[in-house]
Design a protein around this ligand. Structure first.
Ligand code: PAZ
Length: 382
């Protein structure tokens, strides 16, 4: 999968490679040559308004979450994807909200979302929480429907106390549902959660650039928590066939270009004062710390959180540049967060996961919130 010379997926008309493709894409080349998502301006405007609303009142975090796709056709039938369900991002977003942050949740469309994540359609179906309603005759059903129609307000929400009484949460689930419902309504009332969806890696990069630029006004109060699983390779627009790739020509060869590394422009230009936290995923645990350090060295941001694919729900490692005072060559510190050490014998009782289990995101967010606060105070001293 080299970036030097690429061809369109076979079975399609292959346009000639452009000069930028041959040299590999810089971030600037990428944004000049790829197509932005049609909703970009609308989302940027929503972020602008959100930032205005919360600026000076609370800290704001951008959480990116879920996987990005790489379409193989412009009229996309087939695409490449990755494993991420958005658990890390959706769970962290909830803990950021409960810690007082306003959250811009930039997520893969239809991946897990804060609050609703507890009731995913496959593992904990929402309808299973509800008691079976009493049987109704068809005439009663008609009456019930009329009452519902007339008791709905403009937003389509049924007025409490009307026929909706007929729908009840099973007693054994209320204890679990209530705190989630309360937290959800609190965020709704305070308008502290803004959802921005993406699908492709290209959508993601355009949104990341424009959302970060809109957040620049927040200065050090802005936290950037980049937990999305972003594809490292993509098929540039000029090499993506318009129509469905036809079979019948034997095997399909796909050559992909490298996605530009955007952390550098993000740190230097889009969010120069922000507290930027990226994630590093590996499957070889020995690579975690060296790769995290290399990323800090290359991009100059504040924290890399390393996680091993198999153990990502049990442990993570925070890697950051050593604080001022360490002389000589660049040094880095690392600190592990391990549930087994944080809660020996399962001492944590208030876990919010399904079935009340502890979620490492609670500890990640607590730790980051402290580090972010230090970053803000450092800025005030300068
Ligand atoms: O979405 P999920 O909870 O299943 O996985 C989270 C994660 C492993 C994608 C995230 O913690 C992460 O490491 N994101 C960055 C991946 C990378 O580009 O290295």
């Amino acid at each position: 999968m080299a970036s030097s010379s690429s061809a369109a997926p076979s079975g399609s008309a292959a346009p000639a490679a452009s000069a930028t493709d041959a040299a590999g894409f810089s971030a600037a080349d990428f944004f000049d040559t790829q197509t932005p998502p049609p909703t970009l301006a609308e989302h940027a405007a929503a972020v602008r308004e959100f930032v205005e609303r919360h600026r000076g009142k609370r800290r704001v975090v951008l959480v990116t979450s879920g996987g990005t796709t790489v379409p193989l056709e412009q009229n996309t039938v087939r695409f490449l994807d990755n494993f991420s369900a958005g658990t890390r991002g959706a769970t962290s977003a909830e803990y950021f909200l409960s810690s007082g942050y306003a959250v811009i949740f930039m997520h893969r469309q239809h991946s897990l979302s804060p609050y609703t994540r507890h009731y995913s359609h496959t593992t904990n179906p929402f309808l299973d929480l509800l008691a079976e309603p009493p049987p109704v005759s068809s005439s009663l059903a008609f009456a019930l429907r009329s009452r519902l129609d007339s008791s709905n307000d403009e937003s389509g929400t049924a007025t409490p106390g009307a026929s909706m009484d007929a729908i009840r949460v099973r007693a054994k689930y209320t204890e679990q549902l209530l705190p989630v419902l309360r937290a959800y309504h609190k965020a709704q009332r305070a308008q502290t959660l803004l959802r921005i969806p993406f699908v492709t890696v290209s959508d993601y990069l355009f949104l990341l650039r424009d959302v970060s630029r809109e957040m620049q006004l927040l200065g050090r109060d802005g936290l950037y928590y980049l937990a999305a699983a972003v594809s490292d390779f993509f098929v540039p627009r000029t090499k993506t066939p318009q129509h469905k790739i036809q079979s019948g020509k034997g095997s399909l060869m796909i050559e992909m270009d490298q996605v530009p590394k955007v952390l550098k422009p993000m740190v230097e230009q889009w969010a120069p004062e922000g507290f930027v936290v990226s994630f590093k995923l590996e499957t070889d645990p020995d690579l975690l710390i060296p790769k995290a350090q290399a990323a800090l060295e290359r991009y100059g941001h504040q924290v890399v959180i390393g996680n091993d694919l198999a153990l990502r729900k049990q442990e993570v490692v925070f890697v950051e540049p050593a604080r001022a005072g360490s002389a000589g060559e660049r040094a880095y510190t690392h600190q592990w967060l391990r549930l087994s050490e944080l809660y020996p014998n399962g001492t944590h009782t208030g876990g919010k996961g399904k079935g009340g289990e502890v979620e490492i995101e609670e500890d990640i967010v607590r730790e980051l919130s402290t580090r972010h606060q230090r970053w803000i105070e450092q800025g005030q001293r300068q």
